[in-house]
Design a protein. Structure first.
Length: 100
């Protein structure tokens, strides 16, 4: 007697199709929820415009450190503001923690 159990081809094919479908759905869902750098910089610029009435062209995005993904720096010397964003695109507090 063989130590291997023969599985019907239909079951093997169905299992492969289901695994590939689940993998494709997971990739689609994961990519859908992650914002781009442009989205984050535009969100920071929109906050700056809403808070100060300044120009969104005065904003620039720079790489963050630690938990901060992107820091959006806006304004000149008088009205300078920095908005910190996490990898999920959420606004963080100035100390690098979650916004309350």
């Amino acid at each position: 007697m063989s130590p291997y159990i023969k599985m019907p081809r239909q079951v093997v094919r169905a299992t492969i199709v289901l695994c590939l479908g689940a993998a494709a759905f997971g990739l689609w869902l994961g990519n859908k929820s992650v914002p781009s750098e442009t989205d984050v910089i535009e969100a920071g610029a929109a906050l700056f415009v809403a808070e100060t009435g300044g120009d969104e062209m005065d904003c620039v995005g720079v790489p963050g450190t630690g938990l901060v993904w992107i820091a959006v720096r806006c304004g000149g010397d008088a009205d300078a503001r920095v908005y910190l964003f996490s990898r999920q695109g959420t606004l963080m507090a100035p100390d690098g923690g979650p916004e309350a």
